[in-house]
Ligand binder design. Structure first.
Ligand code: HQG
Length: 182
């Protein structure tokens, strides 16, 4: 993604995951925003945004962060929300293991409390250790934890596949985590 597209992605992530009020934008209960209203409110605040840039971002982005409705009138973020939205996710049978990338400094707390969603609605998990490592890198020295996803599912905890690279669950107790050797 070029710098302009990255800026657009960050701006849309901020508005659609955390703060629609920044554009006086109303999200419906599913987290969907009206695309025309989003564009005009963004433009009124000096943000250069248009439909083709949004479509370009969805087609070319490094991750599937946003979905346009079939009629292209509405848009929502696929994951990452701190605001309360109902994504209407269906539980998905997970593979044996999923991965969570975090910072070394978070390990003592994760060992005692497990993974918590912190400011977001869900804990975010990755399908591969490499993807988890790049998630963890955002927070400091990265550490990859292996999550016993199938055991978690078998214990009655739903997991949801949001996109190719993101799985969501409400929390992961520490007994379902494998920590790297120290
Ligand atoms: C940590 C990005 C202490 C957790 C990524 C993480 C992802 C704990 C941090 C998506 C803890 C929260 C979300 C506990 C969890 N004690 N720390 N008990 N439990 N943590 O940013 O998963 O590029 O809210 O390990 O790729 O890093 O924006 O979550 O380090 O998919 O599309 O608390 O955001 O996607 O950090 O990232 P975050 P995340 P985008």
């Amino acid at each position: 993604m070029n710098d302009e597209l990255i800026a657009t992605s960050k701006f849309l992530s901020y508005v659609l995951r955390h703060n629609p009020d920044a554009l006086d934008l109303q999200l419906d209960p599913g987290g969907w925003a009206d695309v025309d209203t989003l564009i005009s409110r963004a433009n009124a605040r000096g943000r250069s945004l248009n439909r083709s840039r949004i479509k370009h971002l969805i087609a070319e982005g490094d991750k599937t962060r946003f979905t346009l409705s079939d009629d292209e009138s509405m848009i929502r973020a696929n994951y990452g929300h701190s605001i309360e939205v109902d994504l209407n996710l269906k539980p998905t049978d997970p593979p044996d293991a999923l991965y969570h990338g975090t910072a070394q400094s978070a390990l003592p707390s994760i060992r005692s409390d497990g993974l918590r969603p912190q400011s977001r609605q869900f804990v975010h998990l990755s399908p591969t250790p490499d993807e988890a490592r790049s998630v963890g890198q955002r927070h400091g020295t990265p550490v990859v934890l292996s999550v016993d996803a199938l055991r978690l599912h078998d214990a009655g905890v739903p997991l949801y596949q949001s996109t190719d690279t993101v799985w969501l669950t409400r929390r992961v107790p520490a007994r379902f985590l494998q920590f790297p050797e120290e």
